[in-house]
Design a protein around this ligand. Structure first.
Ligand code: PEP
Ligand code: CO
Length: 459
């Protein structure tokens, strides 16, 4: 059938258009003082080339379908909020390094391929619990991420600026361009682990375990290549996919495109957009927008999404039960997961649906210290993850991935871990404007723990 006709049929069945969200209640959207400037920025954005391609998006969907079937494991990680100022070669490379290191540790534990998805190249917009905050008696709009406004506590900085949408798109393009070039140039080549060794690996409490593991991977690789008499296929290439919270609907819409030879609509600002927990109402604008795009999509689920609501959301977002379409990223908190997760897993199983389950052990474990730092404790993060593995296994389901807020930098934002960071250490290198991230060592340590869980599971 002619593509145009097929498209018309799909569109009428869905009664959906890239802007149909605007007829629904859209939470967490900034209030721009100057709408013509916003319209101009969005018009410009919709003419700029896409950041990713539909075939990459389709390839990721296939990989996620495989992960749902237990054939691979997903590592999704990166900053809570990327900052424009961190769009530098060193920061981007460090982020890739930690993700590569973690994924190798996971490959070893899981004995299956690992799909790497960064929270990067577009993770610039943040939902906030309050629209305004009081700074020394002055009421200011909350900081909503570099895509929207700036964090400094002045009215000027906090006023949403539409031109930041273009700056964000450009930063995302620069980030992705560098990542693609690094990967293509052999940065992630397994024969050269020294390319992605972070400076402080040597001093880390996990150094020995990590290096032993690396040695065993490179030894196996050499062994394989000796037998094959040729380089092992793919060992010089590791793919990264991008993801971000699809929060600013004008921005997402402007990057939503039709492409030659395919019927659907694709959000080509990222491979894997997700809906955050604050914008997941079934009749809300975010769900309306997401239901019409063909990307694989993530949904944050937790206390706020009881089983009947979850099933309704799944019917809206995945009526055709397409493999790889839905990833449920659950985030309860170490104390709540034992009661909260089983009803969701049971409901999904009873509905005969197969989805990819990923555990986000970060967002349910956020708390504030007495000195006012927002932090998370490594022990609680680990506990939630470990419980997640056990709950899925007990219910005949399985955990197919982890979703972590992390950085390749040596920050002090989360307490705990092998180096025993405590509340009094947090001030030393506390950088985040939004949520606290695991630092390099804590990330690697968590990967080693997950690998042990996966190893035990595969026995
Ligand atoms: C996030 O992932 O940064 C986030 C805000 O998560 P959630 O929607 O689960 O609160
Ligand atoms: Co966060």
């Amino acid at each position: 059938m002619h593509v145009e006709m097929e498209r018309a049929m799909v569109a009428s069945r869905r009664q959906w258009a890239p802007d149909s969200w605007s007829g629904h209640s859209a939470l967490q959207q900034p209030e721009y003082p100057n709408l013509p400037v916003l319209q101009r920025a969005l018009a410009e954005l919709s003419n700029l080339p896409p950041l990713v391609t539909s075939w990459e998006v389709v390839a990721l969907k296939e990989q996620l379908a495989r992960a749902a079937a237990g054939q691979c494991f997903v590592l999704q990680g990166g900053d809570c909020a990327e900052r424009f100022a961190d769009c530098s070669s060193q920061r981007i490379a460090n982020q890739l390094k930690i993700l590569i290191q973690m994924s190798l540790v996971l490959v070893q534990g899981a004995r299956k391929p690992v799909v790497r998805i960064g929270r990067f190249a577009g993770q610039y917009a943040k939902p906030r619990s309050a629209d305004y905050e009081d700074v020394q008696g002055v009421r200011l709009p909350s900081y909503r991420g570099d895509l929207i406004n700036r964090p400094e506590p002045t009215l000027e900085a906090r006023t949403p600026d539409p031109n930041l949408l273009l700056r964000g798109y450009e930063r995302a393009a620069l980030t992705l361009n560098f990542i693609r070039a690094l990967v293509k140039g052999g940065f992630a080549d397994l024969h050269h682990p020294e390319y992605w060794d972070l400076d402080w690996t040597k001093h880390s409490p996990q150094a020995e375990e990590y290096h032993n593991l690396l040695r065993s991977i490179t030894d196996s690789l050499r062994f394989m290549e000796n037998i094959l008499g040729a380089p092992a296929g793919g060992s010089d290439r590791i793919d990264f996919y991008t993801s971000h919270e699809a929060l600013h609907l004008g921005y997402e819409q402007a990057q939503t495109r039709q492409v030659p030879h395919r019927t659907g609509w694709y959000n080509l600002s990222t491979h894997f957009p997700w809906i955050g927990i604050r914008t997941i109402a079934p009749d809300g604008a975010h769900v309306e927008y997401m239901r019409g795009i063909d990307n694989p999509i993530g949904m944050k689920v937790g206390q706020a999404t009881p089983p009947d609501m979850l099933l309704k959301l799944m019917d809206i977002l995945d009526p055709d039960r397409e493999p790889g379409r839905l990833t449920l990223i659950h985030r309860f908190g170490a104390e709540k997961i034992a009661a909260g997760l089983p009803p969701l897993v049971e409901a999904v199983t009873a509905a005969g649906r197969r989805v990819l389950w990923i555990c986000d052990p970060m967002h349910g474990n956020t708390k504030s210290t007495s000195s006012g730092y927002k932090t998370r404790d490594f022990g609680e993060i680990e506990s939630e993850l470990s419980q997640a593995f056990d709950i899925h296994a007990r219910l005949g389901s399985h955990l197919g991935g982890v979703h972590i807020e992390l950085t390749g930098e040596n920050v002090t934002e989360c307490t705990g871990g092998a180096r025993g960071l405590n509340e009094h250490d947090l001030h030393r290198a506390y950088e985040t404007e939004v949520d606290p991230r695991l630092n390099y060592e804590q990330s690697l340590e968590l990967a080693l723990l997950v690998a042990n869980k996966l190893r035990a599971e595969s026995r």
